[in-house]
Design a binder for this molecule. Structure first.
Ligand code: NIG
Ligand code: FE
Length: 424
């Protein structure tokens, strides 16, 4: 039973709920017949309803009857590229005719074609188009989303993308964690001069991003069609010098040793990891770097080389899960579908999958102390689902049982929301 002192103000109470707290103590951190109290946007009490102190019950300004709903922490989509211009539907057709993602990229398609479209799109257009994708993601219970730049590559467009990330946070009920991903692809104007482009990223853009405090982390695409290990390390050093944490697109299409490098720089996460080696997994475990699994990209690129889940388990590397929402490798806006794919394609358990979009999704963003589990003192971000067992979130696909999202202790208006509220 929680032993925290009772806060004076209890803004709201939820009773008659099944709490999947996602604390690691028991499967799903489950508390049957649970209650949650919220004070000033934080979780003030979480536990068995029978243990709810009378003073909390009577102090609550509002009491919500969850009517048996399963409550989980707000979902965290810790890897997206949801801000971009244009579409890559032609490229999808080319790939169906046999061209590979790498071939298309080497022929000047792929990421750089999205760069052209994004450079042409003004802030309003980017906001409007990415807002539609963000709404779809939020409708499935996401309360925190990471958003990368990386489709501008020049200073002006990268900063525009990061400003749009902030505009989205101001307009939607979601916490947005912006990441600068300048080293995503080589822009046309730097053709055959990739080291000079990395100079530009390190000497011009990272200082600007840091001084404007417009991104919370820096990412790199370390790959044969991206940037080399040496170039990646230069970006990591420049980020470290400016106090910006790093993360990495690592071993997606080949083993470059990126995950071990990321671990050496204390990266928050290394993401994709289909070609991760045992040394890489060990290094990640030692540094506490989270493995972010992206089954949408694996599926959409028809990849056949599975990420080494058993190695990650064996070394105790925390596994997060995300949509990778982007126009080229994962045009996905359904975190719930990712739960199902993580189980069917990667053989994660439903509990591991749910931990991947809650506890470990938070860790991948450096937010493990404030989000990701239902624990006293953390942000009151949670979701009421019309399910009787949390495993159902991974079991079904193409179905959204989200009844109500609560963010910072406040229920978010939604068409599906039915509440049973009584004032006490
Ligand atoms: O996570 N791998 C690099 N970046 C994205 C794909 C971006 C794109 O194709 O537009 C990814 O898969
Ligand atoms: Fe990505």
């Amino acid at each position: 039973m929680p032993d925290n002192p009772t806060p004076e103000i209890i803004d709201a109470l939820w009773v008659n709920a099944q709490l999947a707290t996602m604390k690691p103590d028991n499967p799903y951190g489950m508390i049957k017949n649970g209650a949650i109290a919220v004070s000033e946007g934080k979780l003030a009490w979480v536990g068995h309803e029978k243990d709810l102190p009378a003073e909390i019950r009577s102090a609550a300004t509002r009491t919500h009857n969850a009517r048996g709903a399963c409550i989980t922490p707000g979902l965290i989509d810790c890897h997206t590229h949801l801000i971009y211009g244009g579409s890559r539907v032609r490229e999808f057709e080319l790939r169906l005719l046999g061209a590979s993602y790498e071939e298309i990229s080497r022929q000047g398609g792929g990421i750089v074609s999205t760069v052209s479209a994004t450079r042409k799109a003004d802030e309003d257009r980017l906001f409007h188009e990415s807002g539609r994708r963000l709404s779809a993601i939020i409708s499935e219970g996401v309360t925190t989303v990471e958003v990368k730049s990386g489709y501008g590559l020049d200073l002006e467009t990268e900063l525009r993308m990061l400003r749009v990330a902030k505009m989205l946070e101001d307009a939607f009920p979601v916490t947005v964690c912006p990441t600068y991903l300048g080293a995503h692809a080589l822009p046309e104007e730097y053709r055959n001069r990739s080291d000079e482009y990395i100079d530009f990223v390190c000497d011009r853009v990272i200082p600007a991003v840091a001084s404007q405090q417009i991104a919370q982390a820096v990412d790199v695409f370390c790959e044969t069609i991206g940037f080399s290990l040496e170039q990646t390390e230069r970006v990591f050093k420049a980020s470290r010098d400016r106090g910006l944490p790093v993360k990495l697109h690592a071993e997606q299409l080949s083993d470059q040793g990126g995950a071990a490098l990321a671990a050496r720089y204390g990266a928050l996460s290394a993401d994709h990891l289909e070609y991760l080696s045992e040394d890489g997994a060990q290094a990640m475990a030692a540094s506490g770097t989270v493995a972010v699994l992206l089954p949408g990209a694996y599926y959409f690129l028809r990849e056949t080389h599975l990420p080494p889940i058993d190695l990650l388990r064996r070394y105790g590397v925390p596994m997060a899960l995300a949509t990778d929402c982007n126009p080229g490798s994962s045009p996905a806006t359904s975190p719930l579908l990712m739960l199902n794919m993580a189980c069917t394609l990667f053989r994660l358990t439903p509990e591991e999958a749910l931990a991947g979009v809650t506890r470990f999704g938070a860790a991948a963003l450096g937010l493990g102390k404030v989000k990701g589990t239902l624990e006293i003192g953390k942000d009151a971000d949670f979701v009421l689902w019309d399910i009787s067992d949390p495993a159902e979130l991974a079991y079904r696909f193409g179905f959204n049982p989200c009844r109500q999202v609560v963010r910072n202790g406040t229920p978010i208006e939604s068409d599906h929301f039915e509440d049973d509220t009584s004032n006490t």
